[in-house]
Design a binder for this molecule. Structure first.
Ligand code: SF4
Length: 94
């Protein structure tokens, strides 16, 4: 249903006929780490994440998995060279 509380006009799974069914009847504003993310949407009621109702929770165990502004660091981590593969590769060149 369409939100009628903090994010008016936004389609939301938590909105029910009886009102917002999310924890406490409302979602939570973004946290400092979210600044710069493309998922941040600004409403008159504050800045919210378009993907998660509780952004702080997404940052509790490291970086938010859906953040658009921290991808570079995760890509860099993915590009780490596997030492085993690297040694096989160099062995093959000999
Ligand atoms: S996707 Fe993650 S980083 Fe981006 S606004 Fe939402 S909670 Fe914050």
């Amino acid at each position: 249903m369409v939100c009628e509380t903090l994010k008016p006009g936004v389609e939301c799974l938590f909105m029910k006929k009886t009102g917002c069914s999310y924890n406490g009847g409302k979602c939570y504003t973004i946290v400092e780490n979210c600044e710069g993310c493309s998922k941040v949407v600004e409403f008159e009621t504050g800045k919210y994440c378009s993907s998660f109702p509780y952004p702080a929770q997404k940052w509790q165990k490291g970086s938010c998995s859906m953040s658009s502004h921290t991808k570079k660091s995760s890509q860099a981590a993915g590009q780490k060279i596997n030492p085993l593969k690297a040694s096989k590769r160099s062995a093959g060149k000999r």
